[in-house]
Design a protein around this ligand. Structure first.
Ligand SMILES: NC(=O)c1ccc[n+]([C@@H]2O[C@H](COP(=O)([O-])OP(=O)(O)OC[C@H]3O[C@@H](n4cnc5c(N)ncnc54)[C@H](OP(=O)(O)O)[C@@H]3O)[C@@H](O)[C@H]2O)c1
Length: 337
């Protein structure tokens, strides 16, 4: 990442806001005040923002009861440069490399996760939500880690995927799916992943065995795994994926469901959600956080690929949401403030 030697922080800067829930057209770019960091916070100049399907669900009102009382921002994953420190965030402490937030300095390149309103030019948030980025990581890569890689890492760990086991990943070509295939291969597992035929070569490149979803899915999966599979990560959330998974595992709890979490009660699957309360325990939350520095290190050492689908200006956030709503983005869409 390239870091500026000095930064002049404006009093206001462009950020995305929505005043009501709805389609991508509710997304507006407006000037908002740049908040100075309070105790324990840092002010970060955002260089890249990761667009996640969860952002579209927030935009649609699926993560909120009732109408909006006031405008809100969107986005939780970003990478940027620290431009100001709040009280208690000690400058210069820490030894560089990858570590958690305490001891960030002005000029540090950082990866943020769990942010509120990351579709912005500047963001003020607790220092603990940022990890110093390793040398060699691009801002785009940094913005592509938080939700998708954190989720894949946590789900595989929570399901206890071991070397020699077979993992089935539904929606293997998406950001979560691509991370899950690579992390599972690194654990020594065999991976079967569903994707549309156009993405099968990509699944193979990552070390997975591709299978087309759609009619006949279970029969195709049985051909590859006649004795069933050991674990499933369902990032598709379709009935078809659920039914095939239930038919292939010995215990429904071996299915990690991240889309339709209400299926946990109905079918006994293991459901995990970072955006809905009650679906991650403290250990699972910690796994999502520890995934960020871990994944950043894997990226710079060439052991984890983060495919960037496209980079759009922040002003085109609505276009990014149109693409995400289409459901077939391959890799990570990134916004550039
Ligand atoms: N619970 C959580 O904490 C959590 C965290 C992260 C993500 N999620 C959810 O997990 C889902 C995936 O997230 P993502 O970031 O990976 O999304 P993404 O990058 O937008 O990828 C979506 C992928 O879904 C595939 N797909 C579309 N229809 C499919 C079908 N019927 N069967 C199988 N695959 C299909 C597409 O591949 P093809 O083009 O090959 O069809 C596309 O690559 C989203 O619903 C997201 O909200 C939940």
């Amino acid at each position: 990442m390239s870091v500026p030697s000095s930064a002049v922080v404006p009093v206001a800067a462009p950020a995305v806001r929505i005043r009501r829930f709805g389609g991508p057209e509710v997304i507006e770019l407006v000037d908002v005040p740049v908040r100075q960091p309070g105790p324990g916070q840092v002010l970060v100049e955002v260089r890249a923002v990761g667009v996640n399907p969860a952002d579209a669900k927030v935009r649609q009102g699926k993560r909120h009861d009732g109408p909006l009382a006031e405008p809100i921002g969107l986005g939780s994953d970003a990478a940027g440069v620290v431009v100001a420190l709040g009280e208690g965030v000690e400058a210069g402490v820490g030894s560089g490399g990858i570590e958690n937030a305490e001891g960030l300095s002005v000029g540090d390149a950082v990866i943020g996760r769990g942010l509120s309103g990351a579709y912005a030019t500047y963001i003020t948030a607790p220092a603990a939500q940022f990890t110093r980025a390793p040398e060699g990581l691009s801002f785009q890569q940094g913005a592509a880690i938080g939700i998708p890689v954190g989720t894949a890492y946590q789900v595989l760990a929570s399901l206890g995927l071991d070397a020699g086991q077979t993992l089935l990943v539904h929606a293997g070509a998406g950001a979560v799916g691509q991370a899950a295939i690579q992390l599972a291969r690194a654990r020594g597992a065999r991976v079967i992943a569903t994707a549309s035929p156009a993405n099968h070569a990509r699944i193979r490149e990552l070390g997975g065995e591709p299978v087309a979803y759609g009619d006949g899915l279970l029969a195709r999966l049985r051909e590859l795994a006649p004795d069933g599979v050991d674990r499933v990560l369902d990032a598709a959330g379709t009935r078809e994926a659920l039914e095939a998974s239930l038919a292939l595992v010995s215990d429904p709890a071996h299915i990690g469901e991240i889309v339709n979490v209400e299926w946990a009660a109905a079918y006994g699957v293991s459901a995990y959600s970072g955006s809905r309360p009650g679906f991650l325990n403290a250990e699972q939350k910690a796994l999502r956080a520890e995934a960020v520095p871990y994944a950043a290190r894997l990226v710079v050492t060439g052991q984890l690929q983060l495919e960037i689908a496209d980079v759009l200006p922040l002003a085109e956030a609505a276009e990014a949401h149109r693409r995400i709503d289409g459901g077939h983005v391959r890799g990570k869409l990134v916004l550039r403030p």
